[in-house]
Design a protein around this ligand. Sequence first.
Ligand SMILES: C[S@@+](CC[C@H](N)C(=O)[O-])C[C@H]1O[C@@H](n2cnc3c(N)ncnc32)[C@H](O)[C@@H]1O
Length: 394
Amino acid sequence: MTATAPLWTGLVEGLAEQGVLSQQWRATFLAVPRELFIPEVIWRYAGDELVPLRRGDEPQEWLRRAYGPRYVVTQVDDGSPAGPEGRGRVATSSASRPDIVALMLEAGHVEPGMRVLEIGTGTGYTAALLAEHLGARNVTSIEIDPDLAARARAALERAGYREVTVIIGDGARGYPGGAPFDRVLSTVAAPQVPYAWVAQARRGGLVITPWGSAYKPAGLLSLTVGPEGAATGGLVNTTISFMELRDQRIPRAAITDLVRETDTPERSHTDLHASHLCNDDDALFAIAIQVPGCHWEHEHTTGDDDRWCVWFLDATTRSWARFDYQPDTRRWPIPQFGPRRLFDEVAAAYHRWDHAGRPPVARWRFTVTPDGQRVELADDAPGGKAGASRRPPD
Ligand SMILES: C[S@@+](CC[C@H](N)C(=O)[O-])C[C@H]1O[C@@H](n2cnc3c(N)ncnc32)[C@H](O)[C@@H]1O
């Protein structure tokens, strides 16, 4: 390791002290140098865009990021920067935040002797941690992008984990040739968990994956594979957020791209304050599963702290709604445009959740079968029969 090693040691010890990392994983994190997996060119944000940061130009800054607590963007726009002058628009691969990698590994109860399938090789760093912990032969990792897979393979080889199996392919299909696995661990979000992951995990095994929806992008899902081959479980964390599987990317339109001056919205009013719809994790989740495809954005009206709005947007049907906050009233205007009445949908979903006794995220059960994914309130939950369950979009 380099002179930056103390930075990393401090970070890892901090995670261990906070209880994020067990002693066994602490040793593994200290044994694998993250910098071996970070490419020479990484990307950093400049406003809304991403610009390259080259190790050769800024070695100290590069190292600080390689051993830092943040995620490191390692690819933009699927490898072809889409912005002007080689700038990137969207991060499409990254070395995940070390604390989140730790959280996922711990949530997966990954223990020596197990065989693990990782979805989303990215830099190869998580695969290397798994290899250090379990033995490289017990680790298979799938990456959809051939260039990233080649880079990860080379890094794993350099770091001494040549025997990790890196597959180029669509991770949503898993890797039947290597099944059954004790754990399927995805480092890319799956709004709809592919049944292949369940089918390829052994009975009693776990599928761990970031989950996300348009309305609530974050969460970590833990599913246990039952004797009948279905997997059930729920969110064990509601804050972590990941890029989605390529085929499950959620369309999110910028307000300026979606809303046109010529749009003629229908106008109504509400006494439901938008803070109820956008702050509480439990409400966000309940709305997310009932109102598919809708995302929201908060916007400040320039120069006036007392005036702001929340946009509700659906890029697929070009529908939008706006909650216009104004002080000194309890009846706020709602313009709505497009085939969907998004505010009405969101408000109805909120009320259903409220009438069901405001069930917390932990009370919602995910079930994944060959027929798809269901999300519903567990029967033992207060209000569990109240009908606040809805099958998300296929
Ligand atoms: C957050 S990164 C993974 C980080 C990685 N585990 C690491 O340690 O560097 C997500 C990766 O998933 C990949 N990916 C996206 N969709 C995929 C799919 N359908 N199958 C396999 N990989 C996919 C992306 O190309 C990206 O490299």
